[in-house]
Design a protein around this ligand. Sequence first.
Ligand code: FRU
Length: 613
Amino acid sequence: MDKSKFNIATMIVVGNMLLSSGIASAGEGVAVNHLGVNNTLVRVEGDGRYLLMPVQESNDDATVNVLVDGKIEQTVYVRLAKSKVDYMVPLDLEKYRGHDVVLNIVTSQNRATVREAKEDACWSRFCVSDTFDTSNREKYRPAYHHTPLYGWMNDPNGMVYKDGVWHLYYQYNPYGSKWQNMTWGHSSSADLVHWTHHPLAIVPNGLGSVFSGSSVLDTANTAGFGDDAIVSLYTSAGVSQIQSLAWSADNGATFNIYPANPVITLESEARDPNMFWNNHTGEWNLLLAHPLDHEMLIFSSPNLKDWSLKSVFGKGLGCQDGVWECPDMFELPVEGTDLKKWMLICNINPGGPFGGSGIQYFIGDFDGAVFTPDRDAEGNVPTKWLDFGKDNYAAVSWSDAPDGRRTIIGWMSNWQYAAEVPTVQYRSANTLPREVGLFKGADGQIYASTVPSPEVDTLRGSLFKKYKGMSVGAKGNVVPLPVGNGGICEILLDIDARKADEVMLNFSNEKGEYVTVGYKPGEHTVSFDRINSGITDFSQDFPVVTVAPAFDEDSRGHISLRIFIDRSSMEIFGQDGKFAMTNIVFPTEPYSSLTVSAVGGKADIRNVRIYSM
Ligand code: FRU
């Protein structure tokens, strides 16, 4: 087809009426036809793998109806550029090859005339291309944490281990770096630290967009989808929130949507189904968040399709300050005992320990129908937190992990500012994968520990610095960080602060930006201060101090820390994972030195090792 004739606006005179066809100049392979003040057609004329759509983040969403041979195939919401183009997002045309593709776009801005609408920056930049450039353009993109190639990510969900492969699905917007168009993105890994990105796994359909859920291996074929099937249950979020099944017969690459969906409907908001096989009862169980009621619904099923409500957990218990979302539940041995206990994870937003999002959990017993939480000496159900930073949310575990492992990963952000952080090409990373364990605290309560998964050790590069011991006082000792490597490192150290009031680890750069990690032996707490950490002004909720109890009361005065820095994140694991603290930071230059000092006396710092990664 001769594209040139679509490059100029043409006027057609019909009788006495002057009709503006509104055909305007456009990018390669595309014809644009303005129909009205808020309605434009973008026709794919050229051949190519992608239709690139220009985005301006500050603009409102336009409704983009993708018509294939005249029928609506999908509708996506894109912040089409009005005054400037921030970046492009790709609409994959592969499956429409050989067909007629037209976008029927409804924009939301108020305008008086079509002429005004034509001036939007996006129209001349739509183009067809064989490639979409995903090479990293962001200085804050972590080197060894999972991130999407581009676009917005929130909750990790639907994770399952099969045949040596860790499948990680996640809440994903492929059409912009803010939340929208919820889809299951898909990455996989043989070692939990090197990720391969795959095509979209489950995309919005007639029942709504695809919110969080879970996946299991149905090896006994209870659902009848096949012995080898991965079965997933997710929330279809349309006008209502209902639960839908899908299954994959090709190792998690593509999914079939169960035609009899939904399998669970309620009269109120309910989401994030997390299902698991219960060995004790020989049935499936399912936890479903009842967010606004601050409770979890517990179901059972013989076949993953027919679910019966068994009980409701949580009303009035634990932290109730926000919506309850993204549950998980599993049984684990308690370290150093013969006990096994159930752990129920309840992500909550807001209401987290330092504002916004947080992960609370309950320890207790479960008989396949009812979860009975442990109580403290006063008979109360204590609130327990899995992470004492601001940036670990929606954490859930992999189904069917090998060797009895309970491997968990969280979204390394917070709903308070996730959409405002200073990245563009992509938004949000996941935490390091972590192994969950249970231990008995000094108060007799059972708590959860999290340590980096053993695979994380393989990321260690050279031993950059090693100090057997150093005595520090008010002046402080300066330890260089591997700036040659962008400051990406793992730091291990033991602190003996019995003769000091506080020990400070100050991570700083030449720009005067710093993070201070403090240990107070009197309180036996570890704090993380990111008030001067770099770029913080995108949200008033960002520049804060977070504090963790250091557990291990017997070792008061001593603390061992393992700290991971990856460009825009710092994860601290203390006392062999008895507490974790995850915070993101945006220094304008990598932190180049670590100053270790003590106030109110001297402290000994031992076994310091810094590995570049
Ligand atoms: C949690 C959450 C879930 C929901 C998903 C939508 O972060 O709100 O409850 O399924 O995000 O993306």
